[in-house]
Design a binder for this molecule. Structure first.
Ligand code: ADP
Ligand code: MG
Length: 483
């Protein structure tokens, strides 16, 4: 069969699958089928690539009958489907070793028979390194953007509003605003890679002629080193100078290493900036804390705008969870979503991880996703990472207990039960969290530290003298100790 046949076969299969699922399952189709990439056809065996182990398991669990039918229809009764799973690529370390270690590893597994998993590590896929192609045409530079990270599905909240709206403005007019370079910084899992990608995709959507390129700082470093070995440093620099929007992810990896790389980037940066190309850089540290970068490079980074991504608040966490559920074509009840949102407050990656584990857990054990199942799962999940009870969470528990809406704490009301809810929240926040009185006050209705101190004394006194208050505090203590 001709080399390109596997693509045609898969495209035909996709057509049938899409038809069979119908428009009401459009989202599920996009989530679970469009990311599959056909790789090869050998006889009647089609090899496809899927983004993760979880993804593969989900497809097997939910769509195997459909897939089997469709594949057999196209390739005959002996048709086989093999999966190649791309493993996560996030292991920092020495650059060259890392580039090897972070190659997508593949494992193949045959879902149409009961053969055991056959792990087949072949690191054969090379990083695209298009600058070595002689006479490369600008329009043919593959952007390396991740099509799943769009601006539309990047949920907006106070934590990212500035960065997101600047991103939007850039995509409309790359290189012409004063946000050049744009430095996106923030802790792990807060959406830097997602947002940087999304800006690139939006730029392309608004103007397909723009040449956008996404590279990680490690890829850049490795390519530069390779070019040095091959004697093609000139081509390397020339290639990058063709780009209209250059995105370099995780620049903190350059700290204290790669003097030559930083030098090359400095050169490229100056050229791009002069010719009005947009540069977008992400870092897990604020520019002032990026040690080990060449001072003159650092000063260039400060030319534009540094926008930070912060930890999302509980409301944004809920909206992110709903967004991710919708993308996966899955549903969960509001109290399940709330439980996850209140209990996982570290970063979005963990939030998403918990959601995926929960979906997987429920689908493997054929259990419905109930609040109980969620509690068991999340508690296990959170044990391994560091869990801190937050003031938000305390307010939620107190208000649920008193049957009040949680936002009443923020209102200036002097109604007795609201004052009580606020004072109880302050009291427990003081006992359980490490937050200062001022921070507790600020989060409990914008009060000052003296009010918090007064509340704590008040509750402590009532607890000694009032039976009703004592039982309430004890009940709540129990709830927090179950944590
Ligand atoms: P970082 O690069 O900062 O470590 P990522 O961009 O890889 O973080 O984000 C981690 C995960 O969280 C990704 O799956 C991303 O889609 C998701 N994510 C982060 N922020 C948001 C957001 N505001 N809306 C939707 N998804 C988000
Ligand atoms: Mg990232």
């Amino acid at each position: 069969m001709a080399e390109e046949d596997y693509k045609r076969v898969w495209a035909e299969c996709l057509e049938v699958i899409k038809d069979t699922l119908g428009p009401e399952n459009r989202k599920a189709y996009e989530t679970w089928f469009t990311p599959i990439v056909p790789l090869q056809l050998e006889g009647a065996t089609l090899l496809v690539q899927v983004p993760s182990q979880f993804f593969y398991e989900w497809i097997e669990e939910h769509y195997i009958d459909l897939l089997r039918r469709v594949i057999r229809m196209h390739l005959g009764p002996n048709a086989m489907l093999k999966y190649s799973i791309v493993m996560d690529q996030t292991i920092p370390g020495d650059p060259l070793v890392t580039t090897l270690a972070s190659q997508p590893r593949r494992s193949t597994r045959n879902p149409l028979s009961d053969l055991p998993v056959n792990l087949n590590k072949d690191g054969s896929r090379e990083l695209p390194n298009p600058f070595v192609v002689p006479g490369i045409q600008k329009s043919r530079v593959p952007s390396q953007l991740n099509a799943n990270y769009t601006l539309e599905n990047f949920v907006e909240g106070d934590c990212n509003r500035l960065a997101r709206s600047v991103g939007y403005a850039l995509a409309e007019k790359p290189g012409t605003t004063s946000f050049n370079p744009l430095l996106l910084y923030g802790g792990v899992g807060l959406g830097k890679t997602h947002l940087a990608n999304a800006i690139g995709l939006k730029t392309k959507e608004l103007d397909p002629d723009k040449t956008v390129l996404y590279v990680t700082s490690e890829q850049f470093l490795a390519q530069y080193a390779q070019a040095g070995r091959d004697g093609t440093t000139g081509e390397f620099i020339h290639f990058y100078e063709l780009i209209d929007v250059l995105i370099i992810d995780d620049i903190q990896f350059w700290s204290n290493r790669g003097h030559g790389t930083q030098e090359a980037f400095f050169h490229i940066f100056n050229h791009l900036h002069r010719r009005g190309s947009q540069i977008i850089i992400t870092s897990d540290k604020a520019p002032g804390e990026l040690q080990g970068l060449e001072p003159r490079l650092l000063s260039r980074l400060k030319w534009g705008l540094a926008a930070d991504l912060q930890t999302p608040d509980v409301d944004t966490r809920k909206r992110i969870l709903r967004q991710k559920l919708q993308e996966a074509g899955a549903e969960m009840s509001d109290d399940v979503v709330e439980y996850i949102a209140y209990n996982i407050n570290t970063n979005v990656r963990e939030l998403e991880g918990a959601l995926i584990s929960l979906m997987a857990q429920s689908s493997f054990n054929r259990k419905e996703i109930t609040l109980d199942l969620t509690k068991q799962m999340i508690d296990k999940y959170v044990q391994s990472s560091s869990r801190e009870v937050t003031i938000d969470y305390i307010q939620k528990v107190v208000c649920d207990y008193l049957e009040l809406p949680v936002d009443c704490i923020q209102q200036p009301s002097r109604k007795r039960e609201i004052v009580q809810a606020r004072q109880l929240s302050m009291y427990f926040a003081k006992r359980i969290t490490k937050s200062s009185l001022a921070v507790i006050g600020a989060q409990c209705g914008n009060k000052d530290h003296a009010t918090v101190l007064h509340a704590c004394k008040q509750i402590e006194n009532l607890r000694q003298t009032d039976r009703y208050m004592r039982s309430m505090v004890e009940e709540l203590e129990k709830k927090f100790s179950e944590q």
